[in-house]
Design a protein around this ligand. Structure first.
Ligand SMILES: NC(=O)c1ccc[n+]([C@@H]2O[C@H](COP(=O)([O-])OP(=O)(O)OC[C@H]3O[C@@H](n4cnc5c(N)ncnc54)[C@H](OP(=O)(O)O)[C@@H]3O)[C@@H](O)[C@H]2O)c1
Length: 326
């Protein structure tokens, strides 16, 4: 089988297309013919060599993908050969023509999505779910501010919130969403459920607060905590929560802003989620009705041109998503 191998770290990380021996599914595992691999910002961080996770070279990159089940190991009853699936690996290794994975990391491709779209689901949709529900303790009455809503995790968070909304209740609490890029703003304008602020405007945090119900925001999902964390506690409602998803440096804050509200700041790290919970989240993604999820594909390139996709990713072309094709 074919694998894409990272042979060196750094700005000019070397990628090679290699032949590797076939592996076979053991008990509780399935073998997938990979048809699309989705890239996330973390794949560029790892390739840079400056990230906490630094696999031994050479290694196969990427976590997210989609394809078709070609073999089921002993004890697998929930999948059949021929089914289309998407997957979220716990460790890098998605960029191969075939992968063998435990069933906890695999779920049926949601109705109405292509394999390319399915390959965009894993990290962003699982992270958004964990940020909102498990860590953020989201309640239907909560106002939510997604600070950095035009990227993959932000878009996934909007999809989850719209999915969870009680359709019988018209008086929904606000979903406040921030955009900066022109393309991102265009994406948010297609979302009638959200109130938009422009994060290039220095006043945008105050504007976001005004969209709340006048008593502060219940839940803030933050993609760039290094820039904003110190300012967010002051926007919170009583017992409000800031959930940090993205962070690339230090922040200074006055804890009094938290104390006077019984507010809290929590962090999310998707790879802290155990196998059973990952399975449960992937199954929820799989079983949602057609039209629930809106992943976006930038361009699909063959493994042989993966360098183009990784260079784009490192240069900030993170969303819509680069897809690699075996
Ligand atoms: N903790 C975890 O387990 C976990 C999991 C997945 C991702 N992450 C991290 O979470 C972050 C988001 O991931 P992603 O895949 O959604 O990335 P992405 O697709 O690149 O999205 C980045 C978001 O940040 C926004 N942004 C850029 N500059 C901003 C500014 N000055 N102020 C406010 N927002 C700004 C972008 O908006 P515009 O482009 O419109 O300006 C966009 O909405 C990344 O740092 C990623 O590494 C963490």
């Amino acid at each position: 089988m074919k694998i894409l191998a990272v042979e060196s770290y750094g700005q000019n990380a070397e990628l090679s297309l290699l032949e590797a021996p076939e592996s076979f599914p053991g008990r509780g595992e399935v073998k997938i013919q990979v048809e699309a691999v989705g890239l996330n910002p973390v794949d560029a961080y790892i390739l840079s060599g400056n990230y906490a996770l630094r696999p031994e070279l050479p290694f196969v990159p990427a976590f997210d993908g989609a394809g078709e089940i070609v073999e089921c190991g002993a004890g697998v009853s929930e999948f059949e050969v021929g089914q289309k699936v998407f997957f979220l690996r716990q460790t890098p290794g998605a960029a191969a023509s075939r992968v063998v994975l435990p069933v906890d990391s695999v779920a049926l491709l949601p109705e109405g999505l292509s394999v390319e779209e399915g390959a965009c689901l894993g990290i962003p949709y699982a992270t958004a779910q964990v940020a909102l529900k498990k860590v953020g303790s989201w309640q239907p009455t909560d106002s939510v501010f997604i600070h950095g809503a035009t990227g993959a995790v932000g878009g996934a968070a909007i999809d989850w919130l719209e999915y969870w909304r009680d359709n019988k209740n018209d008086a929904h609490p606000p979903i406040i969403a921030s955009a900066g890029s022109k393309q991102g703003l265009e994406r948010l304008l297609r979302r009638p459920s959200v109130s938009i602020v422009d994060h290039r405007d220095p006043e945008h945090l105050q504007q976001a607060a005004q969209f709340g119900n006048g008593e502060g925001i219940d839940l803030i999902v933050e993609m760039n905590a290094h820039w904003y964390l110190g300012k967010l506690p002051g926007l919170l409602a009583k017992e409000g929560r800031v959930v940090v998803v993205g962070n690339q440096g230090n922040a200074v804050l006055n804890a009094r802003d938290l104390m006077v509200r019984h507010g809290s700041i929590c962090g999310v790290f998707l790879f802290m989620v155990g196998a059973a919970e990952r399975k449960r989240i992937l199954s929820k993604i799989a079983s949602a009705p057609a039209g629930t999820w809106n992943p976006e594909v930038r361009e699909a390139v063959p493994f042989a041109q993966a360098g183009k996709a990784f260079r784009g990713l490192a240069a900030g072309e993170t969303h819509p998503k680069w897809i690699l094709k075996p």
